[in-house]
Design a protein around this ligand. Structure first.
Ligand SMILES: [Mn+2]
Length: 365
């Protein structure tokens, strides 16, 4: 199915769930990811651009800067309307929204924009529609899954090539730049987030930003990175060891943590399936880690097992693979499966794959 069919289906779900007459999505200097979800535009900044959604179609109020891009790539259900001045914009808003029940994304739209729109458009009510988008976007359609799969294959290629560049003295920042360029060479639009590279003890800090630390022999290399392709993200982590020395306790420790995290990840994967509690994969992984080696690593898995992945790397979703999740997993959701062990002052290991939830079992993308 072409993108048009998917957008029609998204409109239908949105309006049948919310019962609204229209939905307004407005970008600021950055794009609301719901704008990307409802347009599929992969080019253009669309700063301060307004997209109006109706049960039977969309209307884009666009200025000169992106009119050509919009006309070229608009899905068939979209009407592209010129709005170059604030007066033009105001008259369209009034014409299209006056007296209607209008949804907007309260999590994204700044209050000053909201207030201005209310004043100009005079809708009957403005209702936060964020949770309807979250619900909709948690379950990916085939169009999205194929894109996330491609974003994964690009990042995986970079992961398979990066060990060639491991060399004593290279800094975390230099290796991060190398990794990013491998992803671009493999077809990525961009990295899906700032690539994380941790050498040695830095691997015990889950969100360490690459710095000028130099790679030394006999140390851990942790890489957490992802590619963006056609608006969709991947997010993967691998842990390596550079030139182990004989009888090295650091290497022995790494191998031990690696085997525990690997088992935790595999058992969590088996627990990710449609109908299961979203909390159960995390609990499964945590049990493996807490019980291994007589409790040596108990309490060292310090974050949730996984997050939803899609247009954003931590995607708009009400569901995560956290021990506190109350939701039930369903087919078509995509989550990271990323257990880790972090021993501050020594080092850590994290392994991450992106998983598509299936009915019987789930699959790694
Ligand atoms: Mn992740």
């Amino acid at each position: 199915m072409e993108i048009d069919g998917y957008i029609k289906r998204r409109l239908k779900s949105l309006f049948s769930d919310s019962g609204l007459d229209a939905v307004l999505i407005m970008n600021t200097a950055t794009k609301d990811s719901n704008f990307t979800y409802m347009t599929d535009f992969s080019s253009g900044v669309f700063e301060d651009t307004i997209l109006l959604l109706f049960p039977d179609g969309e209307k884009l109020l666009v200025n000169k800067l992106e009119r050509e891009i919009a006309l070229e790539s608009a899905p068939k259900v979209m009407e592209v309307v010129s709005a170059d001045t604030s007066e033009e914009l105001a008259s369209h808003l009034k014409k299209d929204l006056k007296g209607l029940n209008v949804g907007f994304n309260a999590k994204f739209l700044p209050y000053s924009y909201y207030a201005a729109i209310r004043k100009l458009a005079k809708p009957k009510r403005m209702v936060d529609v964020g949770k309807f988008f979250s619900k909709l976007r948690t379950v990916k359609d085939e169009y999205e899954i194929s894109r996330i799969r491609k974003a994964n294959s690009i990042a995986k290629r970079a992961f398979s090539e990066i060990p060639t560049y491991f060399s004593a003295g290279i800094t975390e920042r230099q290796l991060a730049a190398k990794f990013d360029s491998l992803m671009l060479d493999a077809g990525a639009t961009s990295p899906s987030f700032d690539t994380i590279i941790c050498f040695g003890k830095n691997s015990a800090l889950p969100h360490h930003s690459p710095d000028n630390s130099k790679l030394r022999e006999n140390s851990i290399i942790l890489i957490d990175a992802g590619a963006k392709w056609a608006n969709y993200c991947s997010d993967l982590t691998k842990s390596f060891f550079f030139k182990p020395q004989k009888a090295s306790p650091t290497y022995a420790g790494f191998e031990e943590m690696y085997s525990v995290v690997e088992e935790a990840q595999a058992e969590a994967l088996a627990a990710i399936k449609a109908g299961a509690a979203a909390s159960s994969p995390h609990i499964t992984a945590e049990n493996v880690i807490d019980k291994a080696y007589g409790g040596k690593y108990a309490g060292k898995f310090i974050h949730a097992l996984g997050h939803s992945i899609g247009i954003e790397v931590h995607d708009e979703s009400m569901i995560s693979l956290s021990p506190r999740s109350k939701e039930i997993l369903s087919k078509g959701m995509v989550f990271s499966d990323e257990p880790g062990i972090y021993v501050v002052g020594k080092g850590g290991v994290r392994l991450e794959e992106d998983v598509l939830v299936g009915s019987g079992s789930s699959s790694i993308l």
